[in-house]
Design a protein around this ligand. Structure first.
Ligand code: IPE
Ligand code: IPE
Ligand code: MG
Length: 235
């Protein structure tokens, strides 16, 4: 498909895996497994459109409160995904990055994430960022406390603190802000995702459950985005 303009950075709240599984009388984890297929399909599609940034919300800081067996399965899936996809990422020159409170992720998964980030660090055909153990409030608080420390240690002057400097303390430092945020599954809320960065992001909600979200659904979102008039507060 051809679009007049495509977003430079797409962020996705991949929601609805559990409901997808429930509808089919399957275990919730089957929904997460199917959701990985959607992720792979969307990565391929965004590369074809020459979109440079894709950030996906894979696990929130609140998702730790889910039943332990689901948390464990999600962490196992993450580990398997990183290890099985690394050759694909390298082959396609995709840079893998992650944002969130990574210290909470089990050590073996954390190591494989770090390894994948190191091995793909020089690429940039697509910047794929996984938001893991991510919470925007935690991210903003963390920035505030780092700024306070740097001020105390005379590393920064408080008069220099502006939006650019503040942004550089967020997990997303160096990344452009998302142009389009997609949330699947019919929920119309941000669930603690990108609260600072999404100030002027266009938001697209769809009832499609994440495991059903494939290229044609992305095309519908991009078709919709193409019509948006972004004013950024101006006339
Ligand atoms: C999104 O799907 C994946 C994660 C939050 C890890 P859900 O697991 O939230 O699926 P629903 O919302 O229960 O259907
Ligand atoms: C948001 O989905 C987090 C991810 C998709 C990773 P949730 O399913 O956790 O959000 P709520 O609980 O419906 O707000
Ligand atoms: Mg959900």
């Amino acid at each position: 498909m051809n679009f007049k303009n495509v977003p430079g950075h797409i962020a996705v709240i991949m929601d609805g895996n559990g409901r997808w599984a429930k509808k089919r009388n399957l275990h919730r984890i089957q929904g997460h497994i199917e959701g990985i297929k959607s992720l792979k399909s969307i990565i391929k599609a965004v590369m074809a459109y020459n979109i440079k940034y894709l950030t996906v919300y894979a696990f929130s800081s609140e998702n730790w409160q889910r039943p332990q067996d689901e948390v464990d399965s999600l962490m196992d899936l993450l580990y398997e995904y990183i290890n099985s996809e690394l050759p694909y990422l390298v082959k396609n020159k995709i840079r893998l990055n992650f944002i969130g409170n990574i210290s909470k992720i089990p050590e073996h998964s954390r190591k494989s994430l770090q390894n994948a980030a190191d091995k793909t660090g020089k690429f940039g055909r697509l910047n794929l960022t996984l938001a893991l153990s991510y919470g925007a409030r935690e991210e903003i608080l963390n920035a505030a406390s780092q700024i306070a420390k740097d001020f105390k240690n005379n590393k920064i002057n408080i008069e220099d603190l502006d939006e650019d400097m503040f942004s550089s303390y967020l997990y997303t430092s160096g990344m452009p802000e998302p142009d389009l945020l997609i949330r699947t599954s019919g929920e119309e809320r941000l669930s603690n995702f990108m609260l600072y960065q999404a100030a002027y992001t266009e938001v697209y909600f769809t009832k499609t459950l994440w495991p059903d979200f494939r290229k044609k659904n992305l095309d519908a979102a991009l078709k919709n985005y193409e019509k948006r008039i972004r004013r950024f507060g101006k006339t």
